[in-house]
Write a protein that binds this ligand. Sequence first.
Ligand SMILES: [Zn+2]
Length: 299
Amino acid sequence: MWFVCLTLIGVSAPVAFAAEPIRIISFGAHPDDCDLGAGGLAAKYAARGDKVKFVSLTNGDAGHQSQHGDELAKRRRAEAQEAGRRIGIEYEVLDNHDGKLLPTLEVREQVIREIRQWKADIVIAPRPNDYHPDHRYTGVLVQDASYMVIVPNLVPDTPPLPRNPIFLYYSDRFTRPQPFQADIVISIDDVFDKKINMLDAHVSQFYEWLPWTEGKLEQVPKDAAERKKWLATSMRGARELQPEWRQALTKRYGAQAEHIQHAEAFEITEYGHQPSEQEIRDLFPFFPEMAKSSRRSSE
Ligand SMILES: [Zn+2]
């Protein structure tokens, strides 16, 4: 909800109106990937009334040491929906098998439909270089959908978007063929607890499967409140602010940047709409300077 004082543009009385919400769709390979990369950002948008959807391209039916198949897929879908509910966003889990995702035309068309149906302004996905093949192919699939979302002759059952959205990558630690570039870094200090609460909904992952893969299962506290604290202090919960993100933080937060503890960083891909600095500030209305303008008044 935006309130704009029209006296600034020559109208005598202040008028309130609801501007269009910003629409964000975020893709992950597994139910919990989007949460780690953009859970804080999603919570910030959701708190403003913007529209966020997380989509997992696989059903997660391979990610556990003792459960598998339909039983695990059902559990993970329920965890994802609970995670989405906790921060007020939509969460969809597609029924492709975990560990077997391929960049097929069929899945590309699923991605095109999702982006079009959500009428996305911003699309977020992993980079196509990553240790996990499902992550890599999620990156490829979304990359292959960018541009095609505006082509009417493709996937004609779903109306095309009038213009290409901005496509972003989540942060990662991979350096070949090139390291992640932090173009947009958002402080999530104000929603860090919400992000942890969201991750906490993925019990099968953060308290069972991932600690098991790292030989740390014994470290997980049994008590629900204690394990959430443990999650918040673990690297996985924090996905810590990297020193190389500081420059982008300072650029938009000024002197406040040095006090920021938790952040999420994104790289702007070369394939979607290339935003100007003003568009970045309009679509990411979280920086201090944004208080003096609104998205609609700049259009
Ligand atoms: Zn994953």
